[in-house]
Write a new protein. Sequence first.
Length: 298
Amino acid sequence: MILLQQILNGLTIGAVYALIALGYTMVYGILQMINFAHGEVFMIGAYVGMTVLLMAGPGSGGVLWLTAAMAAAAVACCLLGLMMERVAYRPLRAAPKLSVLITAIGLSFFLQNAVMLGYGAQDRYVPETLSVRHWGGAGGAVVTPMQGVIFAVSFLLMLGLQGMVYGTKLGRSMRAVAQDPLAARLMGIPVDRVIATTFAIGSALAGVGGVLFGVHYSTINFHDGYLTGLKAFTAAVLGGIGNLPGAMLGGLLLGLMEGLGAGYVSAQWKNVVAFAVLILVLLFRPHGLLGERLAERA
């Protein structure tokens, strides 16, 4: 029973990690840069979702308000991603990679402190949206309705993204820009628009993940994005940075290892497990479990 419960708990948070990891891997696939402010986009999504749910008032929870919260967070984070790309990253495309990295870290701290000033440094309560406490599960494991929602929303978004990237004109443009941005521009592909759209989609997914995270754990804090973002980055590296199925697999595996570590070692050691995995992957399989899907650029 304990094993099944920890597996379920781990896969639940792993699905959230996967949503965030998709943003890391999409941006890296096109620009070969790590947007270390992406975790703060996730955190802002959680706060937007909390604000919408608080507006609903006590006793007004349910799937409708949860859907509204996710939609609001997706739109807000989409706009934030567009603004970040246009203001902070586009002017630095020709700059050394170190300059972009420092900018991303600075933007991360800026967003953290902006949220702290706006909402305060203390933990904030996220209203419960589903009134049923739990369902029965196989082997005595407890399955909550929120866990069901997290699995359903996460996998639907992952499948939708996969279909968009490999089955639409926009997706073909993204893959062309990832392979050779100069050739893509010469072929008439609006490279700047494709890159901005990539930031927008990845940020929207992170915003939805933030709402699911906040409702699942019932509390959020302005520094949640930093640690969760690093874990999602670990998930992207674990699966293979630049590889969409790899980001999904990496998120689920990392969550599973965290869940088992919390259940059989100690909950205080679950973060150690996450970053030990990152170190081991970088040492023994730096391209991740599924490998990178990136062409080497001249």
